[in-house]
Design a protein around this ligand. Sequence first.
Ligand SMILES: [Zn+2]
Length: 119
Amino acid sequence: MSANTVMMKAADYKAKWHDADELKWAARHWATRIGVKVPQIHLRLMKTKWASMSTAGRLTLNIDLLLLPKALGEFVIVHELVHLIAPNHGKVFKSFMYAYLPDWEERGRDLQLNGHRDK
Ligand SMILES: [Zn+2]
């Protein structure tokens, strides 16, 4: 990998969301890619979690995600969506996470550095 590629990856990793619509759009994009139905996506202030997912497919994302790099919001989105096909954090969950976001563990660690406990 050239130095230029590394720099581009780093810049991309740190890119921020333009607005709430972009974050919601990303959630819809990932739902389509993973093949799950998410009829409702909401953004609101959450005190202890980055997101929650109801069994009916109502995804709530913490509005504070807009302050963090896109890579971390994406991690939160994919984590929640994968829970629709793998309820706990077992082997199946991990294999889906590796398939969709190969660096998901690194993103999870970065997210923890930004406060709030992991789900
Ligand atoms: Zn989880």
